[in-house]
Design a protein around this ligand. Structure first.
Ligand code: UDP
Ligand code: MG
Length: 315
């Protein structure tokens, strides 16, 4: 019987310092798991440093190393999609290059799938002591909000690090949407997932690519991709305002008939007009956001563009 194969997908953006350390560690793990064949698939997401050269070197000396180098930076979501759609293993893991997802965990994850019958083993972090006060509050509110308005459950603190069976990977690849919010996609496809609480260590080298603004955009992406509730709320608020105005019209008519028409109430009228204008623009903006996502979806642009792979290397 042929050996089972695990593919390790590693999205890399400016990871020249982390890569050698990561490779050393994952190689060590692969040696310990003797009955398993490995494939290491690195995605170079338009790095501006020496990441691509490092990958070329690794691919030359180890034929288990493959890489896809993008023509520019497409983002981690695109990197994960490229990895998943090109991996050939019976099991596929997605890991960060910065050692925040320790390679040694693969052993335990594989064991859980084999012995406990799970389709997927994933990691989440329950404590966020390293977050700033503001980020902690935002994170908490976001999970509460998405839990309330989306039918796709999101595990708080879920990382992208997970090991999945081929069937699950295939169903993720079948979701070819352009606006990818992979954490939601993992949850959408279902399958039996075991969650392990794990405190991720600090990254070994380089800097995090996700600042507050990027994270905020990512959070918004999650809402737009997995809930249409903001549209329902807009319609509902609109309906309530119609009812209020209907009641106000009746009150004004009765008041005018009973007491005549003294010209007063200009300030309140001005406030009302501004308020209504604001509410309308706000909801128009929400519709606009969904529309812009639809616009990008119908264009069917490629999720990533590959410029070079290990096959282009002259052996
Ligand atoms: N990454 C990527 N493309 C990007 C940004 C990040 O492929 O545009 C990769 C990065 O190299 C790393 C992983 O995604 O392997 C997670 O990024 P990072 O460590 O900066 O995020 P954090 O762990 O701070 O959330
Ligand atoms: Mg990281």
């Amino acid at each position: 019987m042929s050996k089972e194969k695990i593919s390790i997908i590693v999205p890399c953006y400016n990871e020249e310092e982390s890569l050698p350390i990561f490779y050393k560690e994952i190689n060590k793990v692969s040696k310990e798991m003797k009955n398993i064949e490995f494939e290491f698939l690195f995605i170079n997401d338009g790095s501006k440093d020496n990441t691509l050269n490092k990958l070329r070197e690794l691919a030359k000396k180890d034929n288990r190393v493959r890489y896809i180098s993008f023509s520019r930076n497409f983002g981690k979501e695109a990197g994960m999609y490229a990895g998943l759609s090109n991996a050939t293993g019976d099991y596929v893991a997605i890991m960060d290059a910065d050692m925040q997802d320790p390679p040694i965990m693969i052993k335990e994850m594989y064991k859980s799938i084999k012995e406990e019958g799970y389709d997927c083993v994933a990691l989440y972090t329950s404590s966020h002591d390293d977050y700033t006060f503001l980020r902690k509050i935002f994170t908490k509110c976001w999970y509460k909000l998405i839990g309330a308005i989306s039918s796709t459950p999101q595990v708080p603190g879920a990382r992208d690090f997970r090991l999945m069976k081929r069937k699950m990977v295939d169903s993720i690849i079948n979701m070819k949407e352009y606006n990818r919010y992979t954490k939601g996609i993992f949850s959408f496809v279902g399958f039996n997932t075991k969650w392990i609480d794990y405190k991720a260590p600090d990254r070994i080298a380089g800097k995090s690519k996700f600042n507050f603004i990027k994270l905020f955009k990512y959070a918004l992406e999650g809402i737009l991709a997995f809930s249409t509730m903001p549209l329902v709320i807009s319609a509902f608020v609109g309906l309530i305002f119609c009812l209020i105005s209907f009641i106000a019209i009746i009150v004004i008519i009765i008041k005018t008939l009973a007491f005549g028409d003294p010209v007063s109430g200009w300030p309140s009228l001005a406030c009302l007009i501004i308020f209504m204008g604001g509410v309308q623009l706000f909801f128009l903006g929400i519709i606009g956001m969904y529309l812009s996502k639809t616009y990008l979806e119908v264009k069917k642009r490629p999720i990533y563009i590959s410029k070079e792979t290990e096959k282009d290397l002259i052996q």
